[in-house]
Design a protein around this ligand. Structure first.
Ligand code: F6P
Length: 549
């Protein structure tokens, strides 16, 4: 048995789970009218109602006991202090330093990093203002009107999804377009509509070794030159964001056009760094800064609030409860707000690339489930797609619903419908509809009793399906920053409970390496025998379909 499953707190939760599984949430709400208010919490502009969960006060206490026994508080201090907690890459984990407005130092390798963090923020601000004002011009003297942001993973998802979520805050000065996939269709779609004279390419890659981003940037450079630009003009139309300044300059990016980032910022935690440059360009620096300020609010809440009144800790421990004691395989994100439709994809990388692991810090195999599958999409669309399974499927799929109480250009009729669907779904998932009620509904339908019972069985909604509801007045940059940081810290806490290194991603390496070998095979530069029969056939079919005509 692992250290985790040997804990007495773990056994307590196992015992409590057996009891809870035979009870129904709808009975708890009837028995205790104060249940809802006891399981609600507000902080950093976010209101969380977690009362529609399969937890009693005893369960919550046991979950917080588990968090304490796993040392969540000690590990939290270690992260914020810059300890080397990413111990397979020997790195600190300090995305929190990027939004540290406390005035305190953050020391890495004996040096306070805040001056360079603030200098980079100043560079982002100045560059944004020079583009927006038209001071920074293209080589023919045109002001920059379009930004093409090239990156993938954490160098794409954060900038794209934050920009999309805050579209109502968009600057009129420029339009920002995103390219991630190495599928040539993506960059073709974007560049074919652009005028190279008023376009700026922002290439973002922490490592500066990612195949997709390098190739897309090469193609963008070829496009620029094919349109009439020269090598000397590149400096006015290409900037890069990377921790690998050497590679970026060797690639041909002027060093003055490189925005630095640091190895103590993980890719999926990097939107707060210069990776967020496209956000600043799209929304204006002050809105980008608002994101950072919101995240800082959440950092303070996470560090200061008791575990029992701590938004990230509550969400994390509820996730542990379902993952480890209800065998939940996934967790669904349901933003009832069109502009926030990308959030599931953002949290997908954040969570699954952090905790999609089965080895603990000391290299032992886990004997318990770890990171869940994260999925979801905007409400109400999901109700007409996958909610059937959430309501009547087998197993437990905990859900996070979220809704702004007000939206830009609000149509009250539409917004009331959106909210009623959001709240109606959480109520239906919680209370369900009993067989008896479905059977009664079928009276007088001309059915014999056997058919009536059969149909009632199909219509029965078990309920007892858990959900959290997160409300906020409106989605401002500050609120969004707090929301995203809340999920970052939720993932961190779960990584502590499961004793994982949430900050490396060795699992992506093999696919990349073999992909490069297959590329050699496709290009006819590798022995067929180096591939399995299936891959050989796939390569052969691709080569045949693309043989010179
Ligand atoms: O998916 C692996 C990964 O390294 C992510 O962690 C990262 O966000 C993405 O690829 C892009 O990496 P880079 O910013 O170094 O190009």
């Amino acid at each position: 048995m692992s250290a985790l499953t040997s804990l007495p707190q773990w056994q307590t939760l196992k015992d409590l789970a057996e009891g809870v599984k035979s009870e129904h949430m709808r009975d708890w709400f009837v028995a205790d009218p104060s249940r809802a208010t006891q399981m609600q919490l507000e902080a950093c502009g976010l209101f969380l109602d977690y009362s529609k969960n399969r937890v009693t006060q005893d369960v919550l206490s046991a979950l917080f006991d588990l968090a304490k026994s796993c040392g969540v508080e000690k590990h939290r201090v270690a992260m914020f202090s810059g300890d080397i907690i990413n111990d397979t890459e020997k790195r600190a984990v300090l995305h929190t330093a990027l939004r540290n407005f406390s005035g305190s130092q953050v020391v890495v390798d004996g040096e306070d990093v805040m001056p360079e963090v603030q200098a980079t923020l100043g560079k982002i601000k100045a560059f944004t203002e020079s583009i927006h004002s038209g001071e920074h011009k293209g080589y023919t003297g045109k002001a920059i009107k379009h930004i093409v942001a090239i990156g993938i993973g954490g160098s794409f998802l954060g900038p794209k999804i934050m920009t999309e979520a805050l579209l109502p805050c968009k600057s009129a000065a420029v339009d920002v377009h995103f390219v991630a996939n190495v599928d040539g269709c993506h960059i073709h779609d974007v560049l074919s509509k652009r005028d190279h004279e008023d376009t700026l390419i922002v290439m973002s890659s922490k490592s500066f070794t990612t195949q997709e981003t390098l190739q897309n940037t090469i193609s963008a450079k070829e496009w620029f030159l094919s349109q009439g630009g020269t090598q000397e003009d590149i400096a006015k139309h290409f900037v890069a964001v990377s921790s690998n300044v050497k590679a970026a300059t060797e690639f041909g990016i002027d060093e003055s056009n490189i925005f630095p980032m640091w190895d103590w910022v993980g890719g999926r935690y990097s939107l707060w760094s210069a990776i967020g440059l496209p956000i600043s360009l799209a929304l204006g620096f002050e809105n980008f800064k608002g994101l950072l300020e919101g995240a800082h609010d959440m950092d303070k809440h996470f560090c200061e609030a008791p575990l029992e009144e701590n938004l990230p800790v509550i969400l994390a421990m509820l996730g542990v409860w379902y993952r480890n004691f209800f065998d939940a395989q996934s967790h669904v994100m349901l933003p009832y707000y069109h502009y926030l439709r990308g959030l599931p994809a953002y949290v997908q990388q954040l969570d699954m690339e952090s905790n999609g692991k089965e080895v603990t810090h000391d290299g032992s195999a886990v004997d318990y489930p770890t990171g869940p599958i994260i999925w979801g999409s905007e409400g109400t669309n999901g109700q007409h797609s996958f909610h059937q399974l959430i309501h009547q499927g087998s197993g437990v799929i905990p859900a996070d619903f979220m809704l702004p109480l007000n939206v830009p250009n609000q149509n009250d009729t539409h917004h009331a419908m959106l909210a009623s669907n959001c709240f109606g779904q959480t109520q239906a998932l919680m209370q369900g509809k009993s067989f008896e009620d479905c059977y009664a509904d079928l009276e007088g339908k001309g059915l014999d009793d056997a058919e009536r019972k059969r149909l009632a069985a199909h219509k029965t909604m078990p309920g007892n399906k858990p959900s959290n509801t997160i409300l906020f007045d409106s989605l401002t940059p500050r609120t969004l920053g707090a929301l995203v940081a809340m999920y970052e810290h939720k993932v961190f806490v779960q990584g502590v409970i499961w004793d994982l290194n949430s900050f490396d991603q060795w699992g992506v390496e093999l696919g990349k390496a073999l992909g490069n070998q297959v590329l050699a095979g496709i290009n006819g530069d590798a022995e067929k025998s180096s591939f399995d029969a299936s891959t050989q056939d796939l390569i052969a079919r691709f080569r045949a379909a693309n043989a010179p005509k």
